[in-house]
Design a binder for this molecule. Structure first.
Ligand SMILES: Cc1ncc(COP(=O)(O)O)c(C=O)c1O
Length: 492
């Protein structure tokens, strides 16, 4: 007899913690607030006594220990089924934990990896922790907008051919701005070189739930997918998932070990419950809710296009090198037609209308919508304030048209990120740093793509480029000295 398929409308983990809290058990275990009575009164008021009652530790009978499969295991099986994974892990330290876990997993297969250069900082942290030697591959740069898109198939193919010892290839899709790569072809390329494709799909947990959205990485054949469920699918901040592809080249037991390695022994039950519940919402109502959001955003896009000095990025991305689709839940607005940069527009929106954006860059500001929630009124408020801000700022002048130049090529990798990060180091004036090997990351923002990573040789061109960005009002991320008067370098 065929095994009974679990019911996707149920929430086993959420139900299990709910039952435990309802029983009023004797809590001779952590946390010390004892389900609420021991908590500060103001905290209880702000997060609610119910949240405290459901804050239940790991290794609680009937929740994650006891008769198999436990409620915790069942919840993860349902998530795997919902996203189309062979196995899914709930994470309590965000997609950041997923990236570090992926690095530690890959390090079981070899010492090198091919990585998209504009990877999230947690990927670089994963390289430091695992000791992997990266071969970086450049994403396609959008010189006009000053932002980075995705990897092309040819670029990945060449990088893998040049790195025969690679344990895997690691890409980001969709990007912060909503551009989606041709993951299907990239997976084929990786597999033709005999390596797994890791996809940092932190921004794409919702893609599996509506046909009009770009194809999700698991459906496209990725081997391991990092998913920041909290970003757009509605679980609590910090909760995320890691999915193993159905035909993955990676070993589930090794991924499991690496999840344990990167996780607290006291994961928060509210995070797990929120993942269980968000999965149910996405499966049962995702398509209908996304449809509503998409409809609201079609109108908002048209209205923003009518505002002098503003434009909306979406289909315009598609067809650029490396980009095959666009995620419409991002409302990315091109502000180059205004006499102010994106930072200033964002400041004005915040100060005048309490509009708080996900991202502001030199040329583009981005508002993010979730699969559910009040898309129409939110979009309307955004459009109205944009109209006021644009009128107040006025159209771009010749002078304002000065743009950031594309960054110079990154320096040669002399040490692995781990060797540089942990090895002997000193702080030198940045004027004397050219030719030295960086012990820290430097990413001039905009556009925020790392110019220097630990282990790379600092070049005079890159240092001049970052200094120029600072002069133009940009910033540098990752540096221990934010004004770049000094830089931390390796001593060899
Ligand atoms: C591409 C990418 N990967 C990973 C992360 C980390 O996600 P989390 O904040 O859930 O740890 C982010 C966060 O913005 C991201 O943009």
């Amino acid at each position: 007899m065929a095994a009974k398929r679990p019911d996707l409308r149920t929430t086993p983990y959420l139900d299990a913690i709910s039952e435990y809290a309802a029983r009023d058990p004797a809590r001779l275990h952590v946390p010390g607030h004892k389900g609420g009575p021991g908590a500060d009164g103001e905290l209880a008021r702000v997060i609610g006594v119910d949240a405290l009652r459901h804050d239940i530790p790991a290794l609680t009978w009937g929740i994650d220990v006891g008769p198999l499969p436990t409620a915790f295991e069942q919840a993860q099986v349902l998530a795997a089924q919902a996203w189309g994974a062979r196995r899914t892990w709930f994470l309590v330290n965000g997609a950041s934990q997923g990236n570090v876990t992926a690095a530690m997993t890959l390090a079981h297969r070899g010492a090198e990896v091919v990585v998209q250069r504009n990877a999230h900082s947690s990927t670089i942290d994963g390289l430091i922790l695992s000791g992997l030697r990266p071969t970086f591959v450049a994403p396609e740069l959008d010189a006009e907008l000053g932002i980075a898109h995705c990897l092309t198939i040819e670029t990945l193919d060449l990088a893998l051919a040049a790195t025969p010892g690679a344990a895997g290839a690691w890409i980001v899709s969709p990007t912060y701005f909503g551009a989606a790569a041709d993951v299907r072809s990239l997976a084929e390329v990786a597999h033709s070189h005999g390596v797994p494709l890791i996809v940092d799909e932190a921004w794409g947990a919702h893609l599996a739930f509506h046909a009009a959205l770009p194809e999700d990485a698991l459906a496209a054949g990725a081997d391991l997918v990092i998913s920041s469920t909290h970003k757009l699918v509605g679980s609590l901040t910090q909760s995320a998932m890691l999915h193993l592809g159905t035909a993955s080249l990676l070993d589930a037991e090794i991924v499991d070990r690496c999840v344990t390695l990167t996780e607290s022994t006291s994961p928060n039950s509210l995070f797990f419950a929120s993942l269980d519940a968000a999965r149910r919402l996405a499966v049962t109502r995702g398509s209908e809710l996304i449809e509503e959001t998409l409809r609201a955003l079609v109108g908002a896009r048209a209205q923003i296009r009518q505002i002098p000095g503003l434009d909306v990025l979406d289909e315009r991305f598609v067809g650029r090198a490396g980009v095959v689709a666009y995620d419409p839940l991002r409302l990315a607005v091109d502000v180059r037609g205004l006499n102010a940069d994106g930072y200033e527009v964002a400041r004005l929106l915040r100060e005048r209308s309490d509009i708080n954006l996900e991202l502001a860059g030199q040329n583009v500001i981005v508002g993010v919508f979730g699969i559910a929630g009040p898309a129409a009124p939110l979009a309307e408020r955004f459009v109205l304030s944009l109209r006021d801000a644009a009128a107040e700022i006025g159209p771009a002048t010749e002078h304002a048209a000065e743009r950031f130049a594309p960054p110079p090529p990154w320096g040669e990798l002399v040490l692995t990120p781990r060797e540089a990060f942990l090895g002997p180091q000193e702080v030198v004036p940045s004027g004397r740093a050219a030719g030295r090997v960086a012990a820290e990351s430097l990413a001039a923002y905009p556009p925020g793509i790392p110019n220097v990573l630990p282990g790379e040789r600092l070049t005079a061109e890159t240092l001049a480029y970052i200094a120029r960005t600072l002069e133009l009002g940009g910033s540098v991320r990752g540096a221990s000295d934010r004004r770049l008067r000094t830089i931390r370098v390796a001593v060899r």
